[in-house]
Ligand binder design. Sequence first.
Ligand SMILES: [Zn+2]
Length: 941
Amino acid sequence: MSRGCWPVLVALALGTVWASAWAAVPMADQAAYRSPEGLTLRARVQRISPPAPTVIRWRHGGEGLGGKVVRGVFPRPDGSSDDGDALQVGQWSAPLAVTSFVSDRFPPQLFLTVTGGSAGRVVDRRTRRREGYSRDVVFEFELAYQGRVVKRFTETGPDGGTVTIVIPAERLVGDVQPDSPEFLDGVCGVLQYATRRAEFLEQLPWAERPLPERYLVLSNVGGYGVGFGYGIRTTDQRVTWAELRSLRQLGVNGLRSPPEFLLELLRRGDPRMEPFRRGLLVRVMGFPVPVFRPGRPLDPEAGCPFGLGVAERTFRGVEESVEAVVDLPVDQVWGLTVDEIGTVVDRSPEGKGHLAACPRCAAGFRRWLAARGLKPADFKAADWSEVRPLDVWDPEGSRTWLDDPHAALLAYWTRAFNNHVTAMLFTPLRKRFGSMNEAKQRALEQGSTGPEAARPWVYSFALRGNTFLMKGHSLDFFDFYREADNAIVYETSNRDPRIWGWDSYLCDVQRVVGEVMGTARGIYIKPHRGAPIQRMLSAVSRGNTMIYWYTYGPDYKKGDSFSGHRDTLALVSKAAHLLGVAEDALYGAKWAAKAEVAVVKPETTQRWMNLAGNPPHLTAAWENAKWIYTALTHSHLPVDPLDETMLATEDLSRYKIIYVNGSHLRHDAAEALVRYVEQGGTLYTSGWGLTRDEANGPLDVLQPVLGLVRRDEPEMWYRVELYGASHLEPYDDPQRQLAPVPAEAAIVGIAPFNAAFRAVIGREALRPAPNAQVLAEFADGAPAAVRHRYGRGQAMTVGFFTGLEYSATVRRPDYDMRRDFDPGRRRFVTAPALALTQPVVDVSDPLVEGVLLETGGGQRAITLANWAYAVTAMRNNAQGRETPVVENVPAENLQITVRTNRPVRSVTSCMLQQTLEFAVREGSLTVRLPRLEEGDVLVIE
Ligand SMILES: [Zn+2]
């Protein structure tokens, strides 16, 4: 429970303590809950149709819940528990110690699935429809504590002999014993459990507010099936209906792979399914290549993107995908191709080495290079026969490309080719879905009510990990969408609150990709990984129209789901109702002011980082670029992330400044930057930026622009870790120290870099040309920052990792983001931009991100996301390890200033549900917001 940040919820929880399964257990006590020692459980079948003696079995875990399935049998009264020993209808089993269900530590909540009767048999192999299973099965359970009966209850399986009950050991804290009402009240079947969850959500203070109707909000509701079988936890449709009540409170208006009976009701137009008609997520074609499996006969086309059967399999895959989506009774269908997609050649026996080993792929490589205008001579080869992909992924390889310029360019393009061969396999599907949408659009414009107009909008997407924000990826986040998919979708997963704001970076990538390539945008938000409100606001501020709360579960059906986390449920519900209130001002809205700052984290840097075996100066360069984004965001500067192709081909003149942070940059992109600066642009780089080209040769073309006469490799003091979604590393781990930080690391700058501090990562002592201006020095007098005027523009080079050094101050175990980020260090990133452009939404708090949006109808709104988190206490977790308690830190009395020339009648906070004080003068609107928790939307009339 957040201190002070949830006053309403705290009060609510206290008012209903133990009244529901959703009552709060004090977090401090939760770690110390006890096993239900002395408690026994017995079971009987009270009723079953047709009547017959049955074995009563129990199981838990596995089948999507994580871990292995643990199973057993309720013994006969004489104690025998042979699997064949059936109990008569009405006959009690012998009691079992509840602790005996679990061999290691008892889980906070045990979901015990109990089955009896007949499972029936599958009569339709395609739909897996069953018949002949027992129906109307009523199980009765009896709990006894130290031999005394303390509770009896029943759970019903109308559509088969499967029920699930809940044993909430997490309540066994303090004085609560297994016979205490506080504990016993929580022992129940999942029907009651699900109903209480719905009641909890329906009592939240914002529960009556509107919910989104135009955004597609997805989640899943599993666990129901008939008879018994894998993953079936209930045969009672009332359980699913209770969960749907909860899903509505989370704004869900579309489902992923719902149970067949819900699909059937959707098809029939049943009014109960009306709220879930906005969309569906279904599987569509995957890779049109066979998969290699060790131990199975080898298919020679396994994993090969140029296999002879690819065309035929693609044709069939596209046809089946169309068939799977075209008649679905919803507004839009999002078709998932490959979950957490990686390169296609991972499906071959050689893995990524396939490209180097396969003659078909080598031929494809040559054709592709030739189509890009490359010639054998570019690879220092006499003819194409010498040009072939290299095995650049072999960790034991000799890395010939580091010394051999011929191999260097081949290595680079092999990595690019890997992206291409994966993406190209989905071009036919993207085109087909695209033309279906065009046909629908035309039909609607012509006022048709025919079948084309009635069909859903259809989107194809591969689910992307957020690898752009992590260690990197083999599938580029820009180039991939030049060929594959008509929607860009990724999943959030970073766990460290200090970098949750990076999701805005990737959502900005989605926005730019969406605008340039016409793709729809969607996001899987994992609420239990934190910040669902901020992440949602970040996404909808950048044109995402599909949000998937990943994943509801429910918790007795699926592990790694959020439906069992009370505070998380409340936050998701809060997010959904905020979106509902603000929807008309947000849906379809675009940025009211275009970004005047561009950022580039060059793919070429990542490729060479990997090709060089991730040496410290290159991993530092890769991580550095992410914190450049953070620093710019903290100065409230909106940015467009671009890739090298965009640099080379787009009109850059609308950008006042372009930040390129990465050691390696493609030559054509570098030439575009030369022109950009000549014509008046400002170029910024740091952290050994812009030193090398795609062949790992010196990037000579840019050095005269930067005003540098020589580029030496930086001296490195710390081996920076590539961020891997979990904890952010400190910068004082002796194991990762490469050298003691020398006295020269002290930096002193002059305007606009007027700040002084001591760097910890490394430095490049810059070698400026005589006409360049030194703006900062290391303690030994070596230049640390250089400005150089070139043509009508200028370039700024900083000789250390400005982004990483900006992050260094928040890398402490007791961090407070609002306190720790240092404006002086930030200046080394943002001062050049602030001299040339201004924030669009300037907020008095650096950690609050504001975006000004405008709909086609001229409606304006500001989204506000509060990314400030702090460690507020330490506590022992369930394993007894001391862990920080991290909480979102609300902001009070925020002042928000917006550039605008338009008259303003009122400003309303959608979260506070009140109009706000504001003032308008000289082209700016200033608003005072009394309180901001996780996020808000201000609607400007
Ligand atoms: Zn091949």
